[in-house]
Design a protein around this ligand. Sequence first.
Ligand SMILES: [Zn+2]
Length: 286
Amino acid sequence: MLVATPFLIYVLISNGYSVAITTYVVAVGVGLVFWVMEWLVPFKEGWNHSHGDISNDIISGVVAYVILPIFLKPFFIALLAGGAAWLSVQWGGTIWPSDWPIVFQLIFLLIMGDAGRYWGHRLAHEVPFLWNFHAVHHSAKRLYWWNATRQHPVDKTWFTFTEMLFPVLLGADGIVLSMYFGVTVVCGFSQHCNINLKLGPLYWFFNVVDLHRWHHSRAIGESNNNYGNNLIIFDRLFGTYYHPERQTTSNRQVEEIGLINRNYPQHYLGQLIAPFKKGLDKEDRE
Ligand SMILES: [Zn+2]
């Protein structure tokens, strides 16, 4: 899926299909594959059933991943236009290596996207102001394919900014961004989906399935790890790679997930205003 999804996007857009429609249709298709896999090979059978969270996750997903991006992309391009132009002048032309084969451009983009996003995510856990908003994403009490999209709009804005910082400054554009989105969809859904898979050598490079499940652990010592977006290489580089069942011979699996505060609001409006209420998630940082 990591290979087929960006390849399919490349073929469709090259043949004249709309970028927006192609990426959203492929995203839904990828999500449905994970949904079927959850029923075939569940990690926890109980997580396949609603915990009263579906309406919140649908609203949150539509706001953060359909409505918000319409405004975010032009906003960040405008915001970073000065920096991108300055870098381009220093370089003596467009920095983005658009003459490279598309596969190498995609790999370069994955590394550049994660270079900023790793620190964006890590700071969201380590800076209290940012954690107030990111706590919404960690409030899920089960993991299933769709709650990848549970994100506060402020948190989503911060994540998108840090993820797109280097790609936009370097001048990445066009079809490679859509292919990158395809990889992100596969990694994002895989990180949250309730499937029991062991992915062997993929764990060297990609932040997939159980790696991100540990990131949602209720134990802070476990969850403050595995910050990568698509890749795990920056976690390996900066000492936040955490994968007990692979680093040791034990078969220990993540137990409880979510916030320490079990009274955290679970409906959309409550989560929208929760970051502005003093002390609501304080105990999660202690
Ligand atoms: Zn997180």
